[in-house]
Unconditional design. Sequence first.
Length: 84
Amino acid sequence: MSPKDLDSATQELRSLQNHLDSLDSLDDILVAYEKMFSLIHESLDQILLKDQQCYILSVQSNGTILKDTLDQPVLQTFAMTTKP
């Protein structure tokens, strides 16, 4: 989630929280809380997404790790997005 999206979500939560003080109906209060919990849940889903840099080692047919001219393991990189 970008900082702009997070700021927007925070502002909306503050607005809903301030709006709660003026509500008299239990139904209206519950609707406001449902919106707040939904917004928090959506925001957490976005925040918890992780982009991970992963590596695959190159292995020779005899089982040894393939190394480059500087004697460093040859790695293939790929990106993986996970959600806990």
